[in-house]
Design a binder for this molecule. Structure first.
Ligand SMILES: Nc1ncnc2c1ncn2[C@@H]1O[C@H](COP(=O)(O)OP(=O)(O)O)[C@@H](O)[C@H]1O
Ligand SMILES: [Mg+2]
Length: 247
């Protein structure tokens, strides 16, 4: 099998005023690959994710999704946004809509899929994230872990080519973290292309093909999880790992 790069970042730079938040980022993610991004707070992980689906612009360099440069605006941008799904720390569900309505909104409004078909698919996806019985509830009636699984189903409903996760379990009570990681692990096994910012090192070891370590807006180290965790090459990575693995 030849590796197909699905997401490519070439010499990407971004500033927030004086702050050089992304420094010459080069990253290529193949179809079916799971890349976990880790690094200290403020290192630019969220900004990196946000540039990939164009929630943030870049100053220089190129980002390609499926071989196409990121469109600036208009219909092409809407299409890109449906190719690149995103799951945030805060679930961002619409509180006045049921779980099922949250999931069918994008497919019916953006993809113009008939309601009956979108509903069937929505129910299938809820099954997949193991909350089929919650379809007609409102987000506030669900636990945090259930809400985050709805957010994952909502992202999947757009048939994305790649899913970005930005600390999807950081806002959850500890007992709900695993149920969300289990769903993500299923997706990884099924071949979904995923870029995941997380502090869950167990997930990284289990599900990642590659770990990318960022510090100060740079990719400092990239390796297989096994190599990275047992044999980090840089002082920055060693220091970071000693802080997160010992508490
Ligand atoms: N919209 C913004 N305006 C100005 N500075 C920002 C903005 N978003 C993030 N930053 C800064 O950019 C740096 C990287 O932030 P972020 O990408 O959120 O890092 P991480 O996700 O790794 O914690 C931080 O110093 C943060 O304060
Ligand atoms: Mg962040």
């Amino acid at each position: 099998m030849t590796a197909t790069p699905l997401v490519v970042l070439e010499n990407v730079n971004k500033h927030f005023g004086e702050l050089h938040v992304l420094r010459d980022i080069n990253l290529s993610v193949n179809a079916g690959e799971v890349v976990v991004i880790i690094g200290p707070s403020g290192s630019g992980k969220s900004t990196l994710c946000r540039t990939i689906n164009r929630l943030e612009t870049i100053d220089s360099g190129r980002i390609l999704v499926n071989g196409q440069p990121l469109p600036a605006e208009g219909r092409a941008l809407a299409r890109l946004r449906s190719d690149v799904g995103m799951v945030f720390q805060s679930f961002n569900l619409f509180s006045h809509m049921t779980v099922l309505e949250n999931i069918t909104l994008g497919p019916t409004k953006v993809l113009k899929i008939p309601r009956a078909q979108a509903t069937l698919r929505g129910l299938e996806l809820l099954e997949r994230v193991r909350i089929a019985d919650q379809a007609h509830k409102y987000p506030a009636q669900l636990s945090g872990g259930q809400q985050q699984r709805v957010a994952i189903a909502r992202a999947l409903a757009m048939n994305p080519k790649v899913l970005l996760f930005d600390e999807p379990t950081s806002a959850l009570d500890p007992e709900m973290v695993q149920e969300v990681l289990d769903v993500m692990t299923d997706l990884a096994r099924e071949g979904m292309t995923m870029i995941v910012v997380t502090h869950e090192m167990g997930f990284a070891r289990r599900a990642a093909d590659r770990v990318v370590f960022m510090a100060d807006g740079q990719i400092v180290e990239e390796n297989t999880p096994n190599e990275f965790f047992t044999n980090p090459r840089t002082d920055r990575a060693r220091d970071f790992l000693s802080k997160i693995l010992t508490h």
